[in-house]
Design a binder for this molecule. Structure first.
Ligand SMILES: [Zn+2]
Length: 225
């Protein structure tokens, strides 16, 4: 099974990525980790990436694509893989389409974990305040029992730091602008929007359910060999 996982910062993508990786026994490959690993290992791809970053430039699609191919050729990807943070551009998506066809891989299943902006802001700004009793929470070290909800009275928590909110909002706008065309590339195919504004368990259960037919299909395809 080939899974492409999309989701804005604060959507719980990292957690779902780990759960899916464990459940299906496939590696979760994040572009950021891949980039860091190449740089640390001092490979020629890593050196090239480092020189881009040192100049303050973005790493080119071509370089990211090369790193991805190298990573996907490793034996742990034989049973499938999950990509987190790739493709980031329409060119990368087109490259992946071509690669998947060429290698006879199963059609990627695109899972888009989405969460309303206000909820993301509530989740990602560290200081939260109850909209009713004004009790203060901190998602880093004084979490409410239920995400985004006051323990005392069940009222919604709101971000307390306006600067934090501005920063988060900017980051989310950037994310949506960048990802919109990539998601549009997949719409109409194996594209599944998933409501990420629920508990980790509920979200995981839904993703598992929608992956089941594809997993069964790829198991059938692999069994004769
Ligand atoms: Zn309260």
């Amino acid at each position: 099974v080939v899974i492409l996982l999309f989701g804005p910062p604060g959507s719980g993508k990292g957690t779902q990525s780990r759960l899916l990786s464990a459940k299906f026994g496939i590696p979760a490959i994040s572009t950021g980790d891949m980039l860091r690993a190449e740089i640390e290992a001092g490979t020629s791809l890593g050196d090239t990436a480092e020189s881009f970053l040192a100049r303050g430039d973005l790493v080119t699609d071509e370089l990211v694509n090369q790193m991805l191919v190298k990573r996907l050729e490793q034996p742990d990807c034989d049973g499938g893989f999950l990509l987190d943070g790739y493709p980031r551009t329409v060119q990368q998506a087109a490259f992946l389409d071509h690669y998947v066809t060429e290698k006879g891989l199963p059609t990627p299943i695109v899972v888009h974990l989405d969460v309303p902006t206000d909820v993301l802001i509530r989740r990602t700004s560290s200081r939260l305040q109850c909209s009713k009793c004004h009790r203060i929470y901190n998602i880093l070290h004084k979490r409410p029992n239920q995400s985004g909800i006051c323990d005392a009275d069940g009222a919604p928590l709101v971000a307390r730091n306006d600067d934090g909110e501005e920063v988060v909002r900017g980051r989310l706008n950037g994310y949506r602008k960048l990802t919109g065309p990539v998601l549009a590339h997949y719409t109409g195919g194996n594209y599944y929007p998933v409501d990420g504004n629920r508990s980790t368990e509920e979200v995981f259960r839904e993703i598992q359910t929608l992956l089941e037919p594809a997993v069964a299909k790829s198991a059938n395809r692999n069994s004769p060999r």
